[in-house]
Ligand binder design. Structure first.
Ligand SMILES: [Zn+2]
Length: 390
């Protein structure tokens, strides 16, 4: 067992790397499909849609009672007024398109340098600022699944996913017996950003390990970066209590492609047990494949069971979302080809966020809200622009 743990240290250090040829090509195929679809619909629609590029809202004119005047949807936070000068930057003329793509960003360490699996703290903060200024707001993957994307008009959703449960993401400081969130950890930076950007929600997905070493056990244990083992459950519970989402990333980052079915299910189910110990009754809806590697029996990534030999207790797991390691922006949940069982992500390396945003926006293929929860804004004005949501 200890040998396995040691192996997992090495794996965790190269966590989530995009080795899965299968997963990458599947997700790419997914991407290509949508581009074609979008192009086709532009070509076949009436003169008004594509020709009047720019300010015309395709839904504003056609949806009765829609947020044509630019008022935020009822119940939505007003992006325009909530947070000072920077909130005015999203172009109010961004054309709503709720069939467009959504970026799912994949982060690992938030630390003192940039790398394949590391984002420097200042750069991370800049990522948040860039996204905010360009009109993006975080949502949970659960919000996507539930089609609960009630954002103000002109605003785009973005999903943040943090893999591997490192102290660099969530670190406590013991201040004379009082635990405080380290402002230099990922969560610390997030919360500080939120202070000056109140409509930046506590929405992000944390894909957890609770049996890996080198601190990759619910954000640090056994003194790694000063983190006590006894703080682990408290951190996980804090995330759930404060609006973030918990996701299964296996017990110790096992390469699921290498193992028999029973082992695969044990790796996943033991982590379910760990999360349930921290947050009793928590309903997990997502898992992330370590290194993007599918088990031989792919179905076991999203559904399976394992019986603990010690207690005789059986753990069943079942969820709709399996995160790949890469593959580009995911489809809208309103797109008939939306397939959460193979959800592509974007590894945040270099300028990946900006280049993906630029590409999506230039192609008119970014998900942009119409501010009206009751209709789905479609990109082309002439042809069937609205449909009932859900
Ligand atoms: Zn990982």
């Amino acid at each position: 067992m200890y040998r396995s743990v040691l192996i997992s240290i090495a794996l965790a250090a190269f966590a989530c790397k995009g080795g899965g040829t299968n997963s990458a090509s599947a997700a790419n195929a997914n991407s290509t499909g949508s581009t074609t679809q979008a192009t086709a619909s532009n070509v076949t629609t009436s003169d008004t849609g594509a020709a009047t590029a720019g300010p015309t809202s395709t839904t504003g004119s056609t949806a009765p009672g829609s947020a044509g005047a630019g008022t935020p949807a009822a119940g939505g936070v007003s992006a325009a007024s909530a947070s000072g000068t920077s909130s005015a930057k999203p172009n109010p003329n961004r054309v709503p398109n709720e069939m467009g793509r959504i970026m799912v960003l994949e982060y690992h360490l938030i630390t003192d340098h940039n790398g394949l699996y590391a984002r420097e703290r200042g750069q991370f903060r800049k990522d948040l600022e860039t996204l905010y200024d360009r009109g993006y707001r975080p949502v949970n993957m659960g919000d996507v699944l539930d089609k609960n994307l009630n954002l103000p008009k002109g605003i785009s959703p973005v999903v943040f996913v943090f893999d591997d449960a490192s102290p660099e993401q969530f670190r406590y400081i013991d201040n004379n017996g009082k635990l405080e969130i380290d402002p230099t950890s990922g969560i610390g930076i997030w919360l500080d950003f939120k202070k000056t950007h109140p409509d930046w929600g506590n929405k992000a997905v944390f894909c957890l390990l609770n049996g890996a070493s080198a601190g990759h056990n619910f954000f640090g244990d056994r003194g790694v970066q000063g983190q006590k083992s006894s703080w682990r459950f408290q951190k996980v519970k804090w995330l759930a209590d404060n609006g973030f989402e918990l996701c299964d990333h296996t017990l110790w980052h096992a390469q699921l492609s290498k193992y028999p079915d029973a082992f695969v299910q044990e790796q996943i189910a033991r982590n379910v047990l760990g999360i349930d110990s921290a947050v009793p009754g928590y309903k997990i809806r997502e898992m992330a494949l370590p290194q993007g590697l599918w088990p031989k029996n792919r179905a076991l990534a999203s559904k399976g069971s394992w019986t603990d030999p010690k207690t005789g207790k059986t753990v069943n797991y079942s969820w709709p979302v399996v995160f790949e390691v890469d593959g580009g922006p995911m489809r809208s949940p309103y797109d008939p080809a939306f397939n959460p069982g193979s959800t592509p992500r974007i590894q945040v390396i270099g300028n990946a966020i900006e280049s993906n945003m630029n590409k999506l926006e230039a192609a008119g293929n970014a998900y942009i809200s119409d501010g009206n929860p009751s209709v789905v804004a479609r990109p082309a004005a002439g042809a069937a622009p609205v449909a009932a949501k859900k």
